[in-house]
Design a protein around this ligand. Structure first.
Ligand SMILES: Cc1cc2nc3c(=O)[nH]c(=O)nc-3n(C[C@H](O)[C@H](O)[C@H](O)COP(=O)(O)OP(=O)(O)OC[C@H]3O[C@@H](n4cnc5c(N)ncnc54)[C@H](O)[C@@H]3O)c2cc1C
Length: 435
């Protein structure tokens, strides 16, 4: 394919791969980036919220030309039953700032733009090329990759695995285990197109302001999962995801769950009359800190979803991907600048930088949360939303019943579903996992 030997080969042109390739190429390294999709972004799915701070650290003036949709001024968290939602909303005019903090994006457009910046820094990018395996020397050091192109073996000092959640190459090479079904969510997403004014009227928005809704409750039928609604300029992303193991155990289909979510009385009016133009399905690594594999070795590092770096509690993934890609690129640059070899010992610098960053600190903080939500799914996703909804209805419905009786009825309903000890136990487990 290419005779030349590279300083680094990056596998994948998603958020992590682009961040790594940009960081290395902009520091003068000779970088080859390989992407299996027709173009960077063609295979990538995200709700999606872009966290500006992490991109600013790579491309400070990205706002000038990146394809951004809406800057977010409002977040709604909805606790849902089949007919109601109890909401916690935060909206602030402070988010209408000069350099907004979060934006909605459409990944196929955004990744393409991001990759153009990578190319502008001098990296060679080849799309429609699948890396089929890693090439190692007699001592097990990764020295290059084999691709599906004829004569497609290329060599480099270091390989950055940014291949996304499946991590097939890393697993095939024995560098990491294959993710388990209980550690991975399957999410499906549709793009609903509507006139810009309709979106702004329905969500109470002006100009490029945006809103996102994150929803959990009986809509996931007792499984660990969530729905979401994100406003773009002329479309609304609507999606739903649950753990793969839950889908298998409950014989529910992702598409069936999304259809159900869309017909919910709180969701249907938001997308009424829209034209659906895109449908996509993708995995999300949700096992958290305890499922992070070895992150570096002789001649390789792994970044982004491929390294399971995803904060499911805060719905953050792309920012962890960009940060890990950037830090891997910086570590490789430092090792290269010292003219040291890309050994496991030297590449440990990447892990050190990552440990010192918010990425590992956040994931470590919530290390018990994924398992808790999974094992207590019917409490958190069925019982409590139902009880909260009943209590709210009881509180609001005026029918001549004395308030004291209403309060007693709400407490009785809680006690029937969950004993006081059960309730305290769940609260304690949640607080411990959150601490
Ligand atoms: C429905 C959904 C909604 C989400 N919403 C959000 C959100 O709102 N905010 C957020 O921050 N995160 C969100 N995420 C998570 C976020 O999308 C990921 O964390 C992020 O995309 C990870 O980036 P990555 O570069 O590691 O992997 P990816 O973006 O998956 O990129 C991997 C790339 O590698 C390529 N590739 C794979 N194998 C090979 C191979 N063998 N050879 C060559 N190329 C290969 C793929 O084609 C792909 O381009 C969401 C995810 C989903 C599925």
């Amino acid at each position: 394919m290419i005779e030349e030997r590279f300083d680094a080969i990056v596998i994948g042109a998603g958020m992590a791969g682009n961040a790594a390739a940009y960081t290395m190429a902009s520091r003068g390294l000779n970088v080859l980036q390989l992407e299996r999709g027709e173009y960077p972004g063609s295979k990538n799915v995200q709700g999606g919220i872009l966290y500006a701070d992490m991109l600013e650290k790579i491309i400070p003036d990205f706002r000038e030309e990146a394809p951004l949709e809406r800057h977010l001024i409002e977040q709604r968290f909805w606790f849902m039953t089949d007919r109601s939602h109890t909401g916690m909303h935060y909206r602030s005019d402070d988010f209408n700032e000069e350099r907004p903090n979060r934006y909605t994006i459409i990944r196929s457009q955004f990744d393409r733009w991001f990759n153009k910046q990578v190319q502008a820094q001098g990296a060679i990018v080849i799309s429609e090329t699948t890396v089929t395996e890693l090439v190692s020397d007699a001592y097990g050091k990764v020295i290059g990759v084999r691709t599906d192109r004829s004569g497609g073996t290329v060599f480099a000092d270091v390989v950055v695995l940014a291949e996304g959640v499946n991590g097939l190459l890393g697993a095939r090479a024995g560098l990491r285990p294959t993710p388990k079904a209980e550690h991975v969510a399957l999410a499906v997403k549709e793009m609903h197109f509507l006139p810009r004014e309709t979106i702004e009227a329905r969500f109470n928005l002006h100009g490029d302001e945006g809103v996102v809704i994150e929803a959990a409750g009986t809509i996931s039928k007792g499984m660990t999962g969530m729905g979401f609604v994100y406003t773009n300029k002329e479309s609304i992303s609507v999606g739903f995801g649950c753990l793969v193991s839950d889908f298998a155990a409950n014989e529910e289909t992702p598409y069936g769950m999304l259809e159900n979510f869309k017909t919910h009385p709180s969701i249907a009016p938001l997308i009424e009359g829209s034209e659906v133009k895109e449908y996509a399905a993708h995995l999300i690594p949700e096992g958290g800190y305890k499922t992070i594999p070895e992150l570096f070795g002789d001649g390789w590092v792994v970044v982004g979803d491929a390294a399971q770096l995803n904060n499911a509690i805060h719905r953050e993934g792309s920012n962890l991907a960009m940060t890990s890609g950037r830090l891997a690129g910086e570590a490789i640059f430092q090792v290269k600048s010292r003219k040291d070899p890309m050994t496991k010992q030297n590449l440990a610098l990447y892990k050190k930088l990552l440990d010192d960053s918010f990425v590992m600190k956040d994931l470590k903080k919530y290390k018990d949360m994924p398992a808790l939500l999974h094992t207590q799914a019917s409490n958190f996703f069925l019982d409590y939303p139902t009880l909260v909804s009943k209590a709210m209805e009881n509180f609001l419905r005026v029918d001549g019943t004395p308030k004291i009786e209403k309060e007693k009825a709400s407490v009785r309903a809680f006690r029937q579903k969950r004993s006081l000890t059960g309730l305290v136990g769940d609260a304690w487990r949640l607080a411990r996992a959150w601490r």
